[in-house]
Ligand binder design. Structure first.
Ligand code: NAD
Length: 440
């Protein structure tokens, strides 16, 4: 236990950390390939706060800004081991090649490593992801049985690789839209639902249940509910597992949560925000199904309402036309193009327009987020922080919060919250940006 600092006791990151990935598609394989490339000295971990970020400590005049990885005890990249599940049998190399994110040259450099990672059969039912049908799927007597099979996979991985700790990050497809219902309301009801194979228990919930039950931290990179239901939060309180979600904030929504706070800060009004995307990867194909798109749409639409607070600023934000579209367009593959047309108004009501055209690479933006979440959730676990980790909102479109609490969506408030949490963990003074002390 690290007792040198004034902060919380944090168990040291000794031994190997297993990273479990339900869904080994574009994001998961780009993440694994990138970590291996960095380990081999072939690449740099660009986009990762845990690897490249710094944190200011004390006064601006103190000149203390250590790397985050030196300030808090994080697992190193060399300590990571990977495993996952997928509906398709392809090993991580084949899956990465088909995803088409990384060049043949980059893939060749890490090929043997990726070929060594073959997904376990998935807990999957096409009723919940309509556009997929694969052959690498578990069968079982009940959903309880399937959860036990996932637990057995995890335990075999733990033993085989002699892992000290594990984390799970859902990188699977977006499931059809569901709201939390009766079967999700308590742990007892959820467990009865597993026995009865209740149709309202979705595959991602079965993975989340298996992880949280074993005290393994769980993050959800997709917008489907997964662990964001009272039953699984109750389980997390019991086992001490930290939880974070939902839906990686990578491209268009990241830009939205930078621009919208700027308009509000300057009290510029907003009449409408039209966001559209073309995307040609498997994620785009899955989102072409209206039921999976609905899950994504709810996640993408939520941010403006919370940032702009129309109830406080009815004249500026009381009547906004906010639309989000995603079109599956195969020629673009993983290289999504997201357009935003923003109609704002200023002094005396004069209208203005802003156009954003983000030619991004979806999985290139998401991969460092998977890495940071794995390392920060492991830190949370070693620091005995259980349940919802609101300080990791920075990474999500639909951040999980305590019941009754609205989420913070502003990217820079989220970053401040994250860094203040790290300062808090180490017993350093929180930074308020008041700054009066420099003028006293
Ligand atoms: N890339 C981004 O910028 C980004 C941003 C936010 C959210 N996401 C979400 O992350 C997830 C992964 O994105 P991707 O681009 O890698 O998609 P992908 O389609 O390439 O990969 C998802 C993989 O999950 C597998 N899968 C589906 N259901 C499964 C199940 N029940 N068990 C195991 N495997 C299952 C699929 O077979 C597929 O290989 C998607 O839900 C996506 O919406 C991605």
């Amino acid at each position: 236990m690290d007792t040198a600092s004034k902060g919380r006791p944090i168990a040291p990151p000794e031994g190997k950390l297993g990273v479990l990935l339900p869904g080994m598609g574009a994001v998961a394989t780009t993440f694994i390939a990138g970590v291996e490339a960095v380990r081999k000295g072939l690449s740099r971990p660009i986009g990762s706060l845990t690897q490249m970020g710094t944190v200011r400590l004390g006064k601006r005049t103190d000149n203390r800004a250590p790397r985050i990885g030196e300030f808090v005890p994080l697992a190193t990249l060399d300590q990571l081991e990977f495993a996952g599940w997928d509906v398709y049998r392809d090993n991580a190399y084949e899956a990465a090649r088909k995803a088409g994110v990384l060049s043949a040259e980059h893939l060749a450099a890490v090929r043997p490593f990726l070929e060594g990672i073959t997904p376990w059969p998935a807990v999957f039912d096409p009723a919940y992801v309509k556009k997929l049908s694969g052959e690498n799927v578990k069968s079982g007597k009940s959903k309880r049985d399937l959860a036990e099979q996932v637990s057995a996979d995890i335990e075999s991985f733990r033993k085989e690789r002699r892992l000290s700790r594990l984390v799970m990050v859902w990188c699977g497809s977006t499931e059809v839209y569901r709201q939390a219902g009766d079967v999700h309301s308590t742990l007892a009801r959820f467990e009865r639902g597993l026995d009865a194979s209740d149709p309202e228990i979705l595959p991602s919930m079965i993975y989340a249940y298996a992880a949280i039950k074993a005290g393994i931290p769980y993050a959800n990179g997709a917008p489907n509910l997964s662990a964001d239901v009272p039953a699984l939060l109750e389980l997390a309180r019991k086992t001490g597992a930290p939880i974070a979600g939902k839906d990686f904030k990578t491209g268009q929504t990241m830009m939205k949560t930078v621009l919208a706070p700027a308009f509000k800060a300057r009290l510029l009004g907003l009449e409408g925000w039209y966001s559209t995307n073309i995307l040609g990867n498997r994620d785009g194909e899955v989102l072409d199904d209206p039921e999976s798109f609905k899950t994504k749409e709810v996640s993408k639409l939520g941010v403006l309402e919370h940032i702009l607070q129309p109830h406080l600023y009815p004249d500026l934000y009381g009547k906004i036309h906010h639309l989000v579209r995603i079109n599956y367009y195969p020629p673009r593959g993983d290289n999504k193009e997201g357009w935003d047309n923003i109609d704002i108004f200023g002094w005396m009501g004069y209208p203005m327009q802003i156009k954003v055209d983000f030619l991004c690479r979806d999985s290139i933006l998401a991969a460092p987020i998977v890495l940071d979440l794995a390392l920060f959730l492991d830190l949370a676990s070693r620091s005995k922080m259980s349940g919802i980790q609101e300080w990791l909102s920075f990474y999500f479109k639909s951040p999980m919060t305590a019941p009754g609490l609205y989420p913070e969506h502003d990217l820079f408030i989220q970053l401040m919250k994250l860094k203040n949490t790290l300062r808090h963990l180490r017993g350093e003074e929180l930074i308020t940006h008041l700054g009066l002390e420099y003028y006293d």
